[in-house]
Design a protein around this ligand. Structure first.
Ligand SMILES: CC(C)(COP(=O)(O)OP(=O)(O)OC[C@H]1O[C@@H](n2cnc3c(N)ncnc32)[C@H](O)[C@@H]1OP(=O)(O)O)[C@@H](O)C(=O)NCCC(=O)NCCS
Length: 177
């Protein structure tokens, strides 16, 4: 998969699958393109080089479909993943995660990546896709709503940010059939 996408500011990026060669580029993305305060949105330490290397070197498309948005200069400015399970009820349910460079937001890239992940989920014949958003993330909430995801649950006070403020978990679902 290699697709060119034109963003709202006229610039172009390529959407493609992550490859085993991408460790340094993906590490750079998490090091320089994510703000410190947004690190708490990730469930893993994405600034751990060895972790990023293990992600790139152990790609298993039956479990995780990772796509990246790359500029013509070869910099990764957005990532998205579709997480899959192979057994039981969950084999029909995917989970997506999307993260866009803090300085490249509002240009339509998040939307393009979500749409690509939805297409891949349809090709895999999934019944539903789940997206979890930790509030306050108004842009994430509106991106998902615009892409046809419905908020099915909010789990309030599920955690705290670094200042001790409460965080709520919003669970969105998009049905594909
Ligand atoms: C959520 C996220 C992926 C959106 O990426 P993005 O590239 O900025 O989003 P887009 O430019 O495609 O905008 C999508 C929609 O969000 C809304 N939006 C974008 N920027 C906005 C802003 N500054 N203020 C209000 N709404 C905004 C608009 O409704 C827009 O739709 P439109 O272009 O049709 O008007 C990005 O903000 C991000 O990485 N957030 C942190 C990670 C996260 O929360 N991920 C959860 C998603 S699974």
């Amino acid at each position: 998969m290699k697709e060119r996408v034109k963003l709202k500011d006229g610039s172009e990026v390529t959407l493609r699958f992550l490859t085993t060669e991408d460790t340094d580029k993906l590490y750079e993305f998490f090091l320089h393109n994510i703000k410190e305060e947004d690190l708490l949105l990730f469930k893993d330490n994405v600034r751990d080089y060895n972790l990023i290397r293990s992600w790139c070197e152990n790609i298993n498309l039956n479990r995780t479909v990772p796509i990246v948005a790359e500029t013509p200069k070869g910099n990764i400015i957005g990532v998205g993943t579709l997480h899959l399970r192979n057994h039981g009820w969950a084999r029909k349910v995917g989970k997506i995660r999307v993260s866009i460079c803090a300085w490249c937001r509002g240009k339509g890239l998040g939307k393009a990546i979500v749409e690509k992940l939805v297409d891949i989920a349809k090709e895999r014949r999934l019944i539903a896709i789940i997206a979890e958003v930790v509030s306050p993330q108004e842009v994430a909430l509106s991106t998902l709503r615009k892409e046809g995801f419905e908020e099915q649950a909010v789990i309030e006070n599920i955690s705290r940010d670094h200042k001790g403020n409460p965080l709520h978990l919003h669970i969105f679902v998009k049905y594909l059939v």
